[in-house]
Ligand binder design. Structure first.
Ligand code: 13P
Length: 251
């Protein structure tokens, strides 16, 4: 019942020309793929160009971040309204790189999430533990804090638009993927938590993506797991052929 969701996070990569070319390749490769959500998240400066390229294709647009205000004296920031204006449907929020490098907290991410929903965009909320937290058996505690903090004050109705991405930090950009079982265990824990915080229907409907070194050769096993509904792909999303194969996962 949960529609698969594959998203490519291009991170801080690609000029406008490179972004256009990659988007054009994906449009050609993925024409006619209608049974899953396909989302790409270029850098802010390429959003407008990529929006034009993917118009009339099954590919949707995401931003990698936004600020929790619509307008005003917030130098250097971009609001959900402006993201919608440029053609975004989604915004990634709380990516571990922003948590670690820019010091984003759960409460700040929660403000963004609420503003994104208020604007009519849909959030992709990223959560995940560090290697140290996992080794110290604090993984469940960390995931609980990130979910409860990120989704604070949300109603069950608002949850209908929220996508969660579980990205264990030790698996991001390292080539070390969580095993199918490790990922499934975390996803099942997250779904149970959503059940406790909201209700059974919300838990059953919420899409939970796995992220962290997803590649063409491991996507099928991961996506075959009961509680893994899609993937948030970093490095492999920059190669048209690899991302195409990941979108066309077989399980
Ligand atoms: P990699 O696929 O490069 O490990 O990155 C994952 C990620 O951070 C996606 O948001």
């Amino acid at each position: 019942m949960r529609r698969p969701f594959i998203a490519g996070n291009w991170k801080l990569n690609q000029t406008i020309a490179e972004s256009r070319e990659l988007a054009q390749q994906l449009v050609a490769n993925l024409a006619g793929v209608e049974d899953r959500d396909i989302v790409i998240a270029p850098v802010f400066t390429a959003l407008s160009t990529v929006a034009e390229v993917i118009k009339n294709s099954p590919i949707q647009l995401a931003a990698q971040n936004c600020y929790p205000q619509i307008q005003g004296a917030f130098t250097g920031e971009v609001s959900p309204l402006l993201l919608q204006d440029v053609g975004c449907n989604y915004s990634i929020l709380g990516h571990s790189e922003r948590r670690q490098l820019m010091g984003e907290t759960d409460s700040f991410i929660n403000l963004k999430l609420l503003k994104v929903l208020e604007t009519g965009l849909l959030p992709i909320l990223c959560i995940g533990e560090t290697l140290q937290e996992r080794e110290e058996n604090r993984m469940l505690e960390v995931l609980t804090r990130q979910i409860e903090g990120g989704l604070d004050t949300l109603t069950a109705e608002q949850m209908a638009g929220v996508v969660i991405a579980y990205e264990p930090i030790w698996a991001i950009g390292t080539g070390i993927t969580a095993t199918d079982d490790q990922a499934q265990d975390a996803h099942s824990f997250i779904r149970n938590l959503i059940r406790e915080l909201f209700n059974t229907e919300v838990a059953a409907a919420t899409r939970i993506l796995y992220g962290g070194s997803v590649k063409p050769d491991n996507v099928d096993g991961l996506l075959a797991q009961e509680d893994i509904d899609g993937a948030l792909v970093g490095g492999a999303s920059l190669k048209a052929e690899d991302f195409t194969r990941i979108v066309r996962f077989e399980s």
